[in-house]
Design a protein. Sequence first.
Length: 285
Amino acid sequence: MRNKLDVGGKTRNQTMRRLLEQARYEVLPTESTEQKVVENVPLDRMITVTASPSKGLGATFDLAERLTGHGYAVVPHLAARMVSGRGELAEICDRLTSGGITRVFVPGGDAEPAGDYPDALSLLEDLVALGRPFAHVGITGYPESHPQISDDMTVQAMWDKRRHATHIVSNLTFDPAVIKVWLERMRKRGITMPLLLGMPGPVDRTKLLGMATRIGVGESTRFLAKHKGTFARLAAPGGFTGERFLARCAPALGAPTAFVEGLHVFTFNQIAETEAWRTDLLQRL
């Protein structure tokens, strides 16, 4: 029995270490974000920048370009509903690729449609028509039920978008059992794109609540604003911890058919704390 447990623990730790080594950080486009990233995050970490209806895509692209200039691989969120049509999309593609950006993440976004793109799929189709300007294109996966879309529809949407994307980024969930079932269901459907598992970094509840209610940007903060109980799960003694979550998810994430290649860590701009947590956990593993 002990040998079996030892083997299982070793395999679990290997999976956790592999995913932590391939973790990327989601940040919010605020005035202090650039400094926080440069001062605390090594250049080998990929950075994704959310899109805010209140700030506009310009704030996302400005920060993405500045961080690219510092030497980071950066993934701006190209929220479909915030783009008016193919003309604007072509201009965005020219701007980003001219700045050395080769990756984008395409969610539907929080805003009311500004024009021709009511959803991510319609914008993804136009990216193909424009010659696939980005080498890496991410789309959203929903392990938990979406507040406005049925589970069957979210899986179908991934199937429809699979030809236009290179990987999936899962939205937040705190239940390893949900992850396991969702992964199995998605893979059985034939959706084989690599997955980045979405999870929160270490957060201070007070700071997180203030940021969620004050800024209100991106898929991650929308999730928190609509799920108030999340704050308690993140901060309560004995509640959610990233280490325990990863350990419990590891058997499903490490399966050969899971195709989970890394983590997408929602930092909520607690960037220094997130990198310190990741490096400390890596050392202990």
